[in-house]
Write a protein that binds this ligand. Structure first.
Ligand code: SAM
Ligand code: SF4
Length: 490
C-alpha cells in the first residue's frame, strides 16, 4: 500500500468512526429476529401460502413474516403460483416494459479487501486502473453509439476516485454528445458517502445512488470485510441510503450479494431495509439489486462459498421480492447467463443491463468479451445490446430507454405516489415507445428495426384501449421523433 493510500484509508476510517459515535439511528437488522421469523414459518401449508399470495395481489407489499411464508414454500405447484403472482404484479405496476442501461466501470483501485471481489486491494492478479477524462469520453462515445441513454457508473474506494473525481466524471459524461445521442441519466454505484459528499453528487445531477449491503448477516459481514478497512463498518454502509436521503437524493437503491450467506436471510434483510427507508422517509428504495456471486480471478470464495444460490432458489428470490415490494424497480444484470436471464426477467424484473463490458476501459475493446485480469468478476451475458433487444421484442416486451420520470421530478415520494396509483405504466409505456423509436431509427439492425416497429404498433393499440383521449398526443410525438426530433417526452 502506498503512503498516499494508507493516509487516505486512515482518513476515511476516521470519518467513519466519528460517524459511528454520533449516529443516533439504531441498527434495524436483528439477526436473531430474522432467524426466528424464518424458523417460525419453516413449513407453511397451502392455505397460508394462498392467503399471502392474495395479500400480495392487493399491491400493498408484504411483511417480513409473510415473505417468509413464500420463501419457505416448497410444493412445486405452489411455487409456480408464487411465480405467476410476481409476474402479474410486475405487469400491473409497470406494464410489460423493460428499462435498459449499461454499467461503466471508471476505476478499480480500492483500499478495501472484500473477500469476494477481484478488485480487492491485495489481489495482485487483477490489474487496477482509473480512467482519465479522455479515456472516459472514449468509453461514453462507444456506449452512445450503441444506443445507450442510461448508465450506472461504478467506482472503487480509493484516493484516485474520491468525491472530486466522481463529480468531475459525472459532469463530463453529461457533457458528451455524439450524433443525435447523449447519456440522459447517470446512476452511481459507489462507496457510501458523508451527507456533504452526497450533496455534491446530487448537485451534478445523478439519478440513483446505489450501495449494496452485500450481506445483512453481521458475522458474515465481518468475515467478508476486514475491520481495518472503510468497508469494515456495517453501520456506515447500512445507513448509506439514509444519509443520501438526508442530502436530498430521493432515488436510492439497495442490494445484497447473493452467495455470501443464506439467501433466505438476505431476502428478509432487503425487505426490512426497504421498510426502514419507507418508515423514515416515506419512500422505499427506487431499485433493489440481487447480484449473484460470480467467479473472479484469484478469488476462491467466489466458487467455493457454501452459500452459492441455485437457479431455482434464485427465481424464488426474485419472485418473493416482487411480491413484497411491488413498486420498486428490480434489476437483473449481465452476471446471469442468457437462457437464465430470459426466464428470470418474467418473474418481476423491470431493469436490465445489456451489451455490457466490465473491465475498466472495456468498451474500447468491445470484441474482447472477457478480460479476467482486469475485471471484478466474470460476466454471464456478453451479447450486444441489439441482440438482447431483439430477444426482448420476441418475448413481447417493450424495451425502454426512458429517463423522463427523473427529469420531470417524478422521483422519491412523488414517483411512489404515481406507482401506487398504478399510473406508472401510463407514463412508462408511451415513453418506452418514444425512446425505443429513437433507438430503432438511430441504432438498430434492420432485423431489430422491423420487429421493434411491430412491437410499438402493438403497444399503441394497448394504449389506445387504455387511454383513447391521449393516444393522438402519443401519435404526434412519435411523428416528431420520426421527423428527427429527439428526447420527446410524454
Ligand atoms: N466499490 C464500491 C462498493 O463496493 O460499494 C462499488 C461497487 S462494486 C465495484 C459493485 C458491486 O459488485 C459490489 O457492491 C458487489 O456487490 C458486487 N461484486 C463484487 N464482487 C463480485 C463478484 N465476485 N461477483 C458478483 N458481484 C460482485
Ligand atoms: Fe473495493 Fe467494492 Fe471490490 Fe470491495 S467490492 S474490494 S469496496 S471494489
Amino acid at each position: 500500500m502506498t503512503p498516499q493510500e494508507q493516509a487516505w484509508r486512515e482518513q476515511r476510517t476516521a470519518v467513519i468512526r466519528k460517524y459511528e459515535e454520533t449516529e443516533k439511528r439504531t441498527d434495524f437488522i436483528d439477526d436473531d429476529e430474522i432467524r426466528r421469523i424464518l424458523e417460525s414459518r419453516a413449513h407453511p401449508d397451502r392455505p397460508q401460502i394462498e392467503e399471502v399470495l392474495a395479500k400480495a395481489r392487493e399491491l400493498k407489499g408484504l411483511t417480513p413474516e409473510e415473505a417468509a411464508v413464500l420463501i419457505n414454500c416448497r410444493d412445486p405447484e405452489l411455487v409456480q403460483e408464487v411465480f405467476a403472482t410476481a409476474r402479474w404484479i410486475k405487469e400491473e405496476v409497470y406494464g410489460n416494459r423493460i428499462v435498459l442501461f449499461a454499467p461503466l466501470y471508471l476505476s478499480s483501485p480500492c483500499v478495501n479487501n472484500c473477500a469476494y471481489c477481484g478488485f480487492r486491494h491485495t489481489n495482485d492478479a487483477v490489474t487496477k486502473r482509473t480512467l482519465s477524462l479522455e479515456e472516459l469520453e472514449q468509453e461514453v462515445r462507444i456506449l452512445i453509439s450503441k444506443g445507450h441513454k442510461r448508465l450506472i457508473v461504478v467506482y472503487g474506494e480509493h484516493p484516485e476516485s474520491d468525491i472530486d473525481y466522481m463529480c468531475r466524471t459525472i459532469e463530463k459524461i453529461y457533457s458528451i454528445k455524439k450524433g443525435r445521442g447523449e447519456i440522459r441519466r447517470v446512476n452511481v454505484n459507489a462507496p457510501p458517502l458523508t451527507v456533504e459528499e452526497y450533496r455534491r453528487v446530487k448537485d451534478v445531477g445523478i439519478g440513483t445512488y446505489q450501495v449494496f449491503q452485500e450481506t445483512y448477516h453481521h458475522a458474515t459481514y465481518r468475515k467478508m470485510h476486514p475491520a481495518n478497512t472503510p468497508k469494515g463498518s456495517y453501520r456506515w454502509r447500512l445507513f448509506a441510503q439514509h444519509r443520501a436521503q438526508e442530502a436530498g437524493i430521493d432515488d436510492v437503491a439497495i442490494g445484497a450479494l447473493f452467495g455470501l450467506y443464506d439467501w433466505r436471510f438476505e431476502v428478509l434483510g432487503l425487505i426490512i431495509h426497504a421498510r426502514d427507508l419507507e418508515r423514515e422517509f416515506g419512500v422505499g428504495p427506487h431499485t433493489i439489486s440481487f447480484p449473484r456471486l460470480e467467479p473472479a480471478l484469484n478469488t476462491p470464495l467466489t466458487t467455493n462459498s457454501p452459500y452459492l444460490v441455485s437457479d431455482e432458489d434464485f427465481k424464488k428470490v426474485i419472485a418473493v421480492l416482487r411480491c413484497a415490494v411491488p413498486y420498486t424497480g428490480m434489476i437483473l444484470t449481465c452476471r446471469e447467463r442468457p437462457e437464465f436471464r430470459r426466464e428470470a426477467i418474467r418473474l418481476g424484473i423491470s431493469q436490465v443491463d445489456a451489451g455490457s463490458r466490465i473491465a475498466v476501459g472495456g468498451y474500447a475493446e468491445m470484441e474482447r468479451e472477457h478480460i479476467p485480469d482486469r475485471q471484478q468478476f466474470q460476466l454471464g451475458d456478453t451479447r450486444s445490446l441489439d441482440e438482447f433487444i431483439y430477444e426482448l421484442c420476441q418475448d413481447g416486451y417493450i424495451p425502454s430507454f426512458c429517463t423522463s420520470c427523473y427529469r420531470a421530478a417524478r422521483t422519491g415520494c412523488h414517483f411512489m405516489s404515481f406507482a401506487k396509483k398504478g399510473l406508472v405504466k401510463n407514463f412508462c409505456i408511451p415513453n418506452a415507445a418514444l425512446t425505443f423509436k429513437e433507438y430503432l431509427l438511430d441504432y438498430a439492425s434492420p432485423q431489430t428495426r422491423a420487429l421493434g416497429e411491430e412491437v410499438i404498433g402493438h403497444y399503441l393499440e394497448w394504449f389506445n384501449q387504455k387511454m383513447p383521449k391521449r393516444t393522438p398526443q402519443l401519435h404526434k410525438l412519435l411523428q416528431r421523433v420520426e421527423a428527427g426530433e429527439r428526447d420527446a417526452k410524454f
